[in-house]
Design a protein around this ligand. Structure first.
Ligand SMILES: NC(=O)c1ccc[n+]([C@@H]2O[C@H](COP(=O)([O-])OP(=O)(O)OC[C@H]3O[C@@H](n4cnc5c(N)ncnc54)[C@H](OP(=O)(O)O)[C@@H]3O)[C@@H](O)[C@H]2O)c1
Length: 233
């Protein structure tokens, strides 16, 4: 057989097996594209559902839908303070819970003067295990709590290996990020269920949804959830 024939034979065999790989890759590509399109469609739908559709029907009256008072934990700074202000702007009375009494007094006064709502505060340190909850339960017992925002959270002082973390950091992270949300729900949820209305927001983090090396406990403690009750939804 001439050399040229052998080359042609080889070329034909290679292109036949390549066409099989190309077809296989085309199937993988099509599957990937369909998956991306479906997830984009879902994301677009949830963005419209959250940010556009509610606005079309006018602003929801939070007091009517959920109740007069909202409790926000960790509410003298950052996201918690912003949540408290946003709810107050919509006419909801606010109960702030944090550690520092001076900051609580000042934020409480500023919210009530700016938004003309009632405010109150509870001094509590969520790192103290079971200690703060009897006082919180007592302070909330006669209030119609429609909204609970479990915002308080603790981050690492700096990223580190699990084996380097002190016992104190572990307990604080568990008490502040996990126990507080569960205990606060245990305090307010029975009345919400009884009244068949209420909303609970658990402030999570993107760290919950992917591996977070050197932030393992924070990531695990933020695998949280959001619950909305409204007429037993
Ligand atoms: N910041 C971010 O980039 C980010 C990103 C994703 C998720 N998050 C989550 O969002 C939430 C708020 O974060 P942030 O950054 O806004 O917080 P922040 O600015 O550090 O605010 C902390 C607030 O919590 C209070 N607080 C802290 N430790 C407390 C304790 N042991 N007991 C009672 N109150 C305590 C502080 O009050 P005192 O003044 O009394 O200490 C303050 O009002 C957290 O759950 C966090 O995990 C934050």
């Amino acid at each position: 057989m001439a050399a040229v024939d052998r080359f042609y034979l080889l070329y034909r065999e290679i292109s036949r097996s390549c066409s099989f790989y190309i077809e296989a890759l085309a199937i993988v590509g099509a599957w990937y594209t369909v998956r991306k399109c479906v997830s984009l469609a879902f994301d677009t739908y949830s963005m419209l559902r959250l940010h556009l559709i509610p606005k079309l029907g006018g602003e929801i009256d939070l007091v009517k839908r959920y109740g007069k008072w909202a409790v926000v934990t960790g509410s003298t700074d950052g996201i918690g303070k912003a949540y408290a202000e946003e709810l107050a702007k919509r006419g909801v009375n606010i109960i702030l819970i944090s550690r520092n009494k001076e900051k609580l007094e000042s934020v409480s006064r500023s919210i009530s003067e700016t938004y003309k709502v009632e405010t109150d505060f509870i001094v509590a340190d969520f790192s103290k295990g079971r200690e703060p909850y009897p006082a919180i339960r007592e302070a909330l017992k006669d209030r119609e709590i429609g909204i609970l925002v479990n915002n308080v959270g603790m981050f690492y002082p700096y990223p580190d290996y699990f084996t380097n973390l002190s016992e104190d950091v572990l307990w604080d992270m568990i008490n502040i990020n996990i126990v507080s949300a569960n205990m606060m729900m245990h305090i307010v949820l029975p009345r919400m269920v009884e009244k068949m209305r209420g909303a609970i927001v658990n402030v999570s983090s993107a760290s919950c949804c992917q591996p977070t090396p050197m932030l393992t406990i924070y990531g695990a403690s933020k695998v949280s959830w959001g619950v909305v009750f409204n007429g037993m939804h």
